[in-house]
Design a protein around this ligand. Sequence first.
Ligand code: URA
Length: 247
Amino acid sequence: MRIAKDLASRGVASRREAERLVWSGRVSVDGATITDPAHAVAAGEEVALDGAPVPQAADPVVYAVNKPAGVVSTARDPQGRPTVVELLDHPERLYPVGRLDIDTTGLILLTNDGQLAHRLTHPRFEVTKAYRAKVGNGPVLDGALRQLRAGVELGDGRTAPARVRRLSADTVQITIREGRNRQVRRMCEAVGHPVRRLERVAIGGLELGSLRPGAHRRLREPELAALLDATSLSAAAAGRRARGASP
Ligand code: URA
């Protein structure tokens, strides 16, 4: 791999900045200063910046966790409440991908991979999130389902079209691509059905499945690839929509 790309992959700098570091003579490979950003680095060679070895990037790690109610989805909580990262024991620092309200249960991802976290949460990538909401004032009638599907007016603007299925008289499954604060609760409230219980059941194609509350499992390589794929597929679809093509 070219030295500039190698440095970027280790998280030292962007590719362009890494090229500048190399040109300025601050980078060495196995003790020899390199000034050509195209210099090829072989596996096992020691790359150093200003004389200090630069560690290899850690392997990406992603866990699926079933967050119970009463647990916060931030990495740390100033009020000392239990956090989702405390539910698992991993030697490296992991970060929650996105947020669930303290009362919301279900699927949340923890990772050390900042790029994946960004792609899964940034609205541009439009990754779907599916929620199961048990609501009050049932039964939920067709009119409410139609409103939820078409988009409802919230204080911060109209919601984008959503996929909505009635699972029983008082339970709906809502799939959205946005991630506004308390969005599903506010959508249901707006159509007259306050949420009593909310669970996230899927992110992209990844389902919560039979993971018990409080339990976690590490995602396998094909699941990671599928998640990343979902972010590029949905970004491409969003681009097409923005250019006026059908989804
Ligand atoms: N929508 C909500 O209202 N709450 C959540 O926790 C997630 C989505």
